[in-house]
Unconditional design. Structure first.
Length: 209
């Protein structure tokens, strides 16, 4: 599989043990597509990287907050809107994993509350909510009406989270993107189109984790 990332970096993924000659032949066969995609993606700025360091900026609910390290008063990672993120020095080397878990819990809490609110109002049924490390999708809905959300939802504003939750919840009634689906989304969340466009425009500013 070939991917061209923001900034123009080309990433090739192949099954373990595949001969290099096969990979090179595959790249030659797709050379024109790679060149075209690189030209386009080179205009898209690369995703920023999360830096676990003193004063590093971390996203939460669409706002960047500073990260501070302390020797006492914090077991793992805490958050205070007036202070920002506080992380124990003792877990600095596992900082990314701790931040990931913080985002996972935060996303589950917000997404569950919003899904339950809309499900009750619109008589919808979902079986479970799972928070994943997905990078390319904000959310998805399985054929069994299980809702999946990326832990990266914790980084974006509440209104955008609400749109993602409503979008996936609407798939419990319409498992497609038909006109009926979009009309239903609009009935549930009239501001959906503004949030949808906001995500398309701003997604690349939020880092992978």
């Amino acid at each position: 599989m070939i991917s061209v990332l923001p900034g123009g970096k080309v990433v090739v993924k192949a099954p373990e043990g595949m001969p290099m000659r096969v990979i090179k032949a595959f790249l030659r066969d797709h050379a024109d597509w790679i060149t075209e995609k690189k030209a386009f993606m080179s205009l898209v700025p690369p995703r920023p990287q999360i830096e676990i360091k003193e004063g590093g900026k971390l996203w939460l609910a669409g706002v960047q907050f500073p990260l501070h390290f302390v020797d006492e008063g914090c077991d793992l990672i805490d958050f205070d809107p007036d202070v920002g993120f506080t992380m124990a020095n003792s877990i600095r080397s596992e900082g990314i994993d701790c931040l990931r878990e913080f985002y996972r819990v935060y996303t589950r809490t917000i997404a569950t509350a919003k899904a339950e609110k809309y499900a009750k109002k619109w008589d919808l049924q979902f079986n479970s909510i799972r928070v994943t490390g997905a990078m390319k999708r904000w959310g998805s809905c399985s054929v069994n009406n299980n809702l999946n959300f990326s832990l990266r939802l914790a980084m974006i504003p509440y209104d955008a989270i609400e749109y993602v939750v409503v979008h996936e919840l609407a798939h419990t009634r319409y498992h497609d993107h038909s006109p009926e689906f979009w009309r239903f989304v609009e009935r549930m969340f009239p501001e959906y189109d503004a949030q949808r466009r906001w995500l398309k425009k701003n997604s690349f500013q939020f880092p992978e984790i």
